[in-house]
Write a protein that binds this ligand. Structure first.
Ligand SMILES: Cc1ncc(COP(=O)(O)O)c(C=O)c1O
Length: 402
């Protein structure tokens, strides 16, 4: 095992897993403890209660599973739906594709709306389908809020307005894995029935927690759902919630201490609105850099731009994997590769989680060096300068140093 793989810090600019900041690492650096002790429920309850704030919900019930985003998907689907139930979902990138694949493997009847990769959800088609569904055969609409593979953010408020205008009772299930806690997400305002995220994204924790929030309507649906579920069954958790001991099986106490520290940092120290504003600022600086390099975004229209990941299209004579490889091998900079049908055509800059202005500028400088090395005619410093110009105007004083 090599303990000193490269000098200096690793520049982790993939769109998750993200940097784990020192306070979280310190909070997690402890031995195992008895999760059935009289003291443990205090930590459990505070995490279960406070995590709801990053979803902006006071009405939902939260579940913290020892899993990843993929497990959280499974939990959302199997608790609310029965095999054969009709779902409408959009396939517009790798993660929406994988979620749909999971739905099909669970034998749900998925009406897939295929959209161009780089485009947002086709809401006009959704409107037509819901208005035509007079018998209410559609039981759920499933949307990925932020498609991490293409840098596309969908308008969940607009999806809700379409459901309401059609007086359609379908459940609204939303994947917020690369958005919740970083991009504005309003579970209660948008009447989202199930929203989910993973610990390794905006929360800046290690991978290992899948966090699911269920509305009262989703909890009611869970009473009638006939899907087989064991590990992800909300019912088991609810029994333990009633008993005040919270976990049907052994939780990772270290991850819960980490989550507590992450929530303290996001909600109390920086403040969720400031966290969201920081993501917005860093994302816009990144987009300005891409423009200055003369490159384009995978995201087709500004209304779909993502504030957590920027997917950059390279000219056809360049293999984007080469850019990612050089950045990693020479500059200790991790960028995201293009996935599936945009492999080789796109690379991704993640600006998600606990990351600041100067870290981003370092990453952009590294991207310029890698672009130069693959033969792209980049003017060194051009993207960095464009990003700096934006950040100089937009960056506030650090909250704790005002
Ligand atoms: C939007 C989205 N959904 C789901 C997932 C799957 O999450 P995990 O890899 O934690 O299972 C990812 C992973 O990157 C993602 O970006």
């Amino acid at each position: 095992m090599e303990y000193y793989p490269a000098p200096g810090r690793n520049h982790l600019f993939v769109p998750g897993p993200t940097n784990v900041p020192e306070p979280i690492l310190r909070a997690m650096n402890r031995s195992n403890e008895d999760h059935r002790s009289p003291a443990f429920p205090k930590l459990s309850k505070s995490c279960i209660d406070d995590v709801k704030q990053i979803f902006r919900t006071t009405t939902a019930t939260s579940f913290i599973f020892p899993t990843t985003g993929t497990g959280a998907w499974e939990s959302a689907l199997t608790n609310t739906l029965s095999p054969g139930d009709k779902i409408i979902s959009f396939r517009l990138g790798q993660f929406s594709l994988l979620w749909i694949d999971q739905m099909q493997r669970f034998n749900f009847d998925v009406d897939v709306i295929d959209c161009e990769w780089g485009a947002g959800a086709d809401l006009e088609l959704l409107k037509q389908k819901l208005q035509a569904d007079r018998s209410h055969s559609v039981k759920a609409v499933c949307v990925v809020h932020n498609e991490t593979s293409t840098g596309v953010t969908n308008d969940i408020g607009a999806v809700r307005r379409i459901l309401d205008a059609a007086h359609h009772p379908a459940l609204l299930l939303v994947d917020g894995v690369s958005s919740i806690g970083a991009i504005d997400f309003r579970m209660d305002d948008w009447k989202v029935d199930v929203a989910l995220t993973g610990s390794q994204k905006a929360l800046s924790l290690p991978t290992g927690l899948g966090i699911v929030c269920a509305s009262p309507k989703a909890l009611e649906a869970a009473k009638h759902s006939k899907s087989t579920r064991v590990f992800f069954d909300w019912g088991d958790y609810l029994k333990f919630y009633k008993a005040g001991s919270y976990w049907p099986y052994t939780p990772s106490s270290q991850m819960l201490y980490g989550l507590r520290a992450s929530l303290d940092m996001i909600l109390n120290e920086e403040g969720l609105d400031n966290v969201i504003a920081r993501h917005c600022r860093l994302a816009e600086a990144t987009r300005q850099a891409v423009r200055a390099w003369g490159l384009t975004l995978c995201t087709k229209k500004p209304e779909w731009k993502s504030d957590t990941v920027t997917a950059v299209v390279v000219p056809s004579w360049i293999d984007s994997n080469e850019i990612v490889k050089i950045a990693y091998k020479k500059y200790n900079l991790s960028l995201g590769v293009g996935l599936n049908k945009i492999a080789g055509k796109v690379f991704r800059i993640g600006h998600l989680g606990n990351v600041n202005e100067l870290q981003l500028l370092g990453a952009l400088a590294g991207v310029e060096l890698a672009l130069m090395e693959v033969g792209y005619p980049v003017t060194l410093g051009s993207g960095v300068a464009a990003a700096q110009a934006h950040l100089a105007k937009q960056t506030p004083l650090i909250k704790s140093r005002m």
